[in-house]
Design a protein around this ligand. Structure first.
Ligand code: TPP
Ligand code: MG
Length: 320
């Protein structure tokens, strides 16, 4: 697929929308306006954007506890997301799920998930269903570096491989699982090496370069769609905030944090767009302003929405 001006500007808009949503969440959380936990995606915007730009509505994604970026990139509605973060009745889960339970099945978003590594077998199930129904839908699973140590990762890659399923495993290697850096939780550098154990392709890309992510995902998704099976893409990136809002992240080396802030995916794409003469700084500023406006409108919607009624406490809640 050619990387046209429209496509690259579209990447910038999506990344800016994620950034505006997450930056607003930082402020709202600090003001004590969000009742639940939030795990933010600031710094990792290029991954969800580059991958989801290859997907249509019929394709599936599974997300994580750090899921806002995946949802936005797959077309999730920011007003319903924001209302859910506020715990309001107009939110995606009617205010009862919060950030980690947002799903939109009509958009192929099979859900954020508070259980680390839980999205992997769900994506394998969606890919199995797609193959069984002879649909050409592809499932993409986002997960973290630490999640790749879980049994669900190994079982899912093995099963996807033996059944040749249309699934792409996207590891967001932000170098940390909570406070534990990658070198302390595994003895390998590249998580993509794990693919070879299951006989599937594995590739590592710069996860802060949206074009590199887009191109790697494009190849893996095309391969899955034409029936050639699963692959693993490792995107090396960096979480700019703490593990959750409120975590001061004192375990991070300030020099390393600084060096990654210099590799921030948004200014990188902005520089590229200007070099290619696809946009002027003023046009990029306009994209930023309109993303901020969209998020302000979402906050207004959330703030003016009612809390769930007390009488609804037990509705939409599964009983075992
Ligand atoms: C099964 C399970 N074990 C432990 C936890 C606690 N926990 C929440 S997030 C997290 C670390 C996840 O790290 P990673 O997969 O790298 O994702 P990141 O937070 O870096 O995006 C852990 C251990 C959990 N939620 N679920
Ligand atoms: Mg991580």
């Amino acid at each position: 697929m050619e990387l046209t001006k429209e496509k690259l500007l579209g990447f910038y808009e999506t990344m800016m929308t994620i950034r505006a949503f997450e930056s607003k969440a930082v402020a709202l959380f600090a003001e004590n306006k969000l009742p639940g936990f939030v795990h933010l995606y600031l710094g990792e915007e290029a991954v969800a954007t580059g991958v989801c730009a290859n997907l249509g509505t019929k394709d599936y994604i599974t997300s994580t506890h750090r899921g806002h970026g995946h949802l936005i990139a797959k077309g999730g509605k920011v007003d319903l997301m924001m209302a859910e973060l506020f715990g309001k009745a107009t939110g995606y889960c009617k205010g009862k799920g919060g950030s980690m339970h947002i799903a939109d099945v009509d958009l192929g978003i099979l859900g954020a998930n508070g259980i680390v590594g839980a999205g992997l077998p769900i994506a394998v199930g969606a890919a199995f269903a797609s193959k069984y129904r002879k649909s050409d839908a592809v499932a993409v699973c986002f997960f973290g570096d630490a999640a790749s140590n879980r049994g669900t990762f190994h079982e899912s890659l093995n099963m996807a491989s033996i059944w040749n399923l249309p699934v792409v495993f996207v590891c967001e290697n932000n170098m940390y699982g909570i406070s534990l850096c990658q070198r302390d939780h595994m003895n390998i550098c590249d998580i993509s090496d794990r693919a070879s154990s299951y006989g599937i392709p594995g590739i590592t890309v710069d996860g802060n370069d949206v074009i590199a992510v887009f191109e790697a995902a494009s190849e893996a998704i095309k391969r899955a769609r034409r029936g050639d099976g699963p692959s693993l893409i490792e995107c090396k990136t960096w979480r700019q905030r703490g593990h959750f809002e409120g975590d001061p992240a004192i375990y991070k080396d300030p020099a390393e944090q600084q060096s990654w802030l210099e590799k921030d995916p948004l200014p990188r794409l902005a520089k590229r767009l200007i070099e290619l003469k696809y946009a002027t700084q003023t046009e990029l500023d306009q994209i930023q302003a309109s993303a901020a406006e969209q998020i302000e409108a979402a906050v207004k919607y959330a703030e003016s929405s009612p809390l769930p009624a007390l009488t609804d406490v037990l509705t939409d809640v599964y009983a075992g």
